[in-house]
Design a protein around this ligand. Structure first.
Ligand code: NAI
Ligand code: MG
Length: 352
């Protein structure tokens, strides 16, 4: 197989973790006989410094020519006082919007060897294997009108039928590929957008008789993610609820440094990135955990290229290195073998 991938290293630890993930991608290519053509482009703070634009046209053009995009992370104190249009995060929002990446997939899976780092009891966290599917391009973050004065402020939550249908379909398809359970999260006792959401899930479920569906209110799910996260398979929800719940879910298994994500749109194209940010305070020290970005490459192989075996091999290798007791500094509190980013990456490469 031959694929074109645009690589956007970004800021802080972004370039370090992306370099690790690219090495893994290349070793997978060699072992399974695939050619991955990589092109590098700028986004975020790096792009502001170079082009005075967090998402330059050249970057968009390169992504448009590609089958998938791998992103590190953006942001840092250097740009915190910039005007809104010249902030690194703007680059992220724009790329998601430009490519209409309406579905954000965040799998949360317990690595047995990392459970000591979880804030939850081992018996609560150990069976977790869930996927949050967050709607990414609609809802209150984008709704008009919006306005702020000193005395009052307005934000508007808007969802069209089509916007809800496509994310719900996506979630049903994912549930079908996993354990066949879907939890739809809303606030239908209060919000009209949630009532429409719930109606559409009820309509769609007849096309997926093999998927078991339940509706749940967001406040209740916030609680159950802590008390019994093992009950969930696929959880689908709108933009703001998903933002909050996915951050909550991200701590269940112990570390931000191991969580990948995908932003997709129902065809083969996708943007893959770690859940964590640019961690500027540890940048350049070889202290970054590259696992989240490496696992994001596994998601790319699976969801954009249909390479399931290759994706599973990456997950197996990452798990094996943890099982052997090798960790980067973020996870090393309970262990003694602390490796740098590059040393840890080499363990994964050897394992593959
Ligand atoms: P962060 O995720 O960068 O860091 C949170 C904590 O986790 C820090 O203690 C950091 O050292 C640690 N951490 C994160 N990733 C790690 C890794 N791979 N290995 C080891 N330790 C890791 O979030 P924070 O501190 O809130 O934001 C820092 C910057 O990143 C800000 O400028 C923020 O805007 C940006 N950010 C960017 C995101 C993105 O590009 N998608 C997402 C979240 C934040
Ligand atoms: Mg967030």
């Amino acid at each position: 197989m031959e694929k074109k991938i645009t690589v956007l290293p970004g800021d802080g630890i972004g370039p370090e973790v992306v370099a690790s993930a690219v090495k893994v991608l290349q070793v997978i290519g060699k072992r399974y006989n695939h050619t991955f053509h990589l092109g590098y482009a700028a986004i975020g703070g790096a792009a502001i410094d170079q082009f005075n634009n967090p998402l330059p046209d050249e970057t968009i053009a390169m992504c448009e020519e590609s089958d998938a995009v791998l992103l590190g992370a953006v942001g840092g104190p250097k740009w915190d006082n910039n005007p809104p249009e010249l902030r690194p995060e703007k680059g992220l929002l724009k790329i998601r919007k430009h490519f209409d990446l309406f579905a954000n997939l965040r799998p949360v899976k317990a690595f047995p060897s990392l459970l000591a780092s979880s804030p939850l009891k081992r018996e609560v966290a150990e069976n977790v294997d869930l996927m949050i599917v967050r709607e990414l391009t609609g809802g209150i973050y984008f709704g008009e009108p919006r306005k702020k004065t000193n005395e009052a402020a307005v934000d508007t939550c808007v969802y069209s039928r089509r916007e809800i249908e496509r994310i719900v379909e996506n979630a049903f398809e994912l549930a079908r590929l996993r354990r066949g359970k879907l939890c739809s999260v809303d606030k239908a006792n209060v919000l009209d957008t949630s009532r429409l959401w719930r109606e559409i899930v009820e309509e769609k479920k007849f096309q997926y008789p093999d998927v078991e569906v339940e509706h749940n209110l967001v406040d209740s799910v916030a609680m159950k993610l802590i008390t019994n996260p093992g009950q969930y398979d696929v959880v689908v929800t709108e933009n703001m609820f998903g933002d909050i719940l996915s951050d909550e879910a991200s701590v269940i298994t112990g570390s931000l440094g191991v969580l990948p994500s995908a932003s997709i749109r129902g065809d083969q194209f996708g943007l893959y990135e770690p859940v964590h940010g640019s961690a500027p305070e540890i940048a350049g020290q070889g202290a970054a955990n590259p696992a989240a970005t490496i696992l994001s490459v596994a998601m790319m192989l699976q969801y954009s290229f249909g390479l399931k075996e290759e994706a599973a091999e990456i997950e197996r290798a990452v798990n094996a290195v943890f099982e052997d007791g090798y960790y980067t500094a973020d996870l090393a509190r309970h262990h003694d073998r602390v490796l740098t980013t590059d040393e840890w990456t080499d363990k994964v490469l050897n394992e593959i």
